[in-house]
Design a protein around this ligand. Structure first.
Ligand SMILES: Cc1ncc(COP(=O)(O)OP(=O)(O)O)c(N)n1
Ligand SMILES: Cc1nc(C(=O)O)sc1CCOP(=O)(O)O
Ligand SMILES: [Mg+2]
Length: 219
């Protein structure tokens, strides 16, 4: 359905950076550019929570971030806001179980990338039937970034996905750092999705490079 092959999606998920304006104490555009230089493989614009921008300001930030991603040839995904994704002609959207239904979103976005969060094998199978391109599984570890995150589940669901030979690409999310990222890859995830370990880092460029080495098994 999408123009990205399953193998390409798996590659893109390797080091998935997510952020919005409230995830860093310095300019979000600067943080994103450092992360792009450091080697992130895909970016998700997630403008939500306390102090999040709305309306024109949100649109303008998204547009600037999309331009940066285009410059570094990294796909630009929009969290939750399907209208924004369509208005910007983003590369894809990410939705959760409390957002619009995946089957409807697939109709609206055509062949753009569709990521869906899931917390059980049943939710994963339903997302696959609805046309999801990849699944976000979390929180793997405790996180303070998402206030309404579900219970911490470690790598158990990733292991179940592998045991059941479900071939959809998967990315782990929640509380992932340089020190705990590799077990997620070892369990069979295609990559890790990260906010604060990069967005709050003193040097987002160096931190991204370090994370990249970890997910590639080079450290
Ligand atoms: C890659 C990825 N995985 C999971 C999520 C969480 O999505 P959701 O459950 O809809 O929660 P919010 O991010 O919308 O608060 C994600 N955004 N990205
Ligand atoms: C956006 C998000 N979704 C989660 C889920 O469990 O679905 S956890 C989370 C926050 C990830 O931020 P950090 O890398 O700072 O922990
Ligand atoms: Mg959501």
């Amino acid at each position: 359905m999408t123009t990205y092959t399953r193998e390409r999606i798996k590659e893109l998920l390797k080091l998935y950076f997510i952020m919005g304006s409230n995830n860093s104490s310095i300019a979000p555009d600067y943080v994103l550019e450092e992360a792009l230089k450091g080697g992130i493989s895909v970016f998700q614009f997630r403008e939500k929570g306390k102090g999040a921008l709305e309306g024109k300001a949100k649109f303008q930030l998204a547009k600037r971030m999309q331009k940066l991603c285009n410059h570094y040839n990294v796909p630009f995904i929009v969290n939750d806001d399907i209208e924004l994704a369509i208005a910007l002609d983003a590369d894809g959207v990410h939705i959760g179980q409390e957002d619009e239904k995946a089957i409807k979103v697939r109709e609206w976005i055509g062949n753009k990338v569709l990521g869906v969060s899931a917390h059980s094998i049943q939710e994963i199978k339903l997302a696959m039937e609805a046309g999801a391109d990849y699944i976000g599984i979390g929180p793997i570890y405790p996180t303070s970034t998402k206030k309404d995150a579900k219970s911490v589940q470690g790598i158990s669901l990733i292991e179940k996905v592998k045991e059941q030979n479900l071939t959809i690409p998967i990315v782990g999310i929640g509380g992932i750092t340089i020190d705990n990222a590799f077990p997620i890859i070892k369990a069979g995830a295609d990559g890790v999705a990260i906010i604060s370990e990069i967005s709050m880092a003193e040097n987002p460029y160096e931190q991204t490079k370090r994370l990249k080495k970890v997910v590639l098994g080079q450290e």
